[in-house]
Design a protein around this ligand. Sequence first.
Ligand code: HEM
Length: 196
Amino acid sequence: MHTVTERSALLSSRLKTETASLHELMHALMEKGQPFANRDNYARFVAAQYHFQRDIEHLFSDPAIQAAVPDLDVRGRETASLADLADLGFDAGQEAVATAGVSIPGALGWLYVSEGSTLGAAFLLKEAKATLGLSETFGARNLAAYPEGRAVVWRRFVGFLDQPSLKEEDHDAVVAGAADAYARFGSLLKRYFGLV
Ligand code: HEM
């Protein structure tokens, strides 16, 4: 008998495995930024979230992304983040959209990072409620679950990622897009938390 080492063919598994260290980096930045220490720190997190969500929703107008992810109308938290900033009285300032030159397949990696972050957001929402007195209707809309529920909307997204129609030779570009998205969110967090 011989052992066959097979690379996972599932794009969702590759994304999770190959970006795990970048996800860890987000934890580290959140640890440094202390977004739940007070509302000002938290508002800085929301400003980063807002600009990242603008990057993400910029991708929504591309017909190729619409075809790959046909339920975009239920996704995205740009409006929610902007409303939170208004609740918190925080001006996020101007930022150029970072995804101007991004298209499929890399764009799917960006969406992966944004959609995946809705899972961790459940924990952040709990903290925002407990420590800052915020809610899904005031200040923490950007962390709220989509109306259908986090797990349902996430699993449907994973289903789109793992469609056989998404060619395996494009998978590397999706993973690279996810790495770019993590890098963008990381640089926004650093800047808005004042860590640079
Ligand atoms: C301290 C802050 C964060 C915490 C506590 C956290 C926690 C989590 C948790 C518990 C999961 C679910 C894992 C699972 O069910 O398998 C998750 C998934 C994920 N998070 Fe975070 N997260 C945080 C920040 C972020 C940020 C800032 C981003 C990106 C902007 C992000 C992107 C993702 C992605 C892409 C996934 C999906 C992983 C996968 O299953 O492929 N997270 N996170």
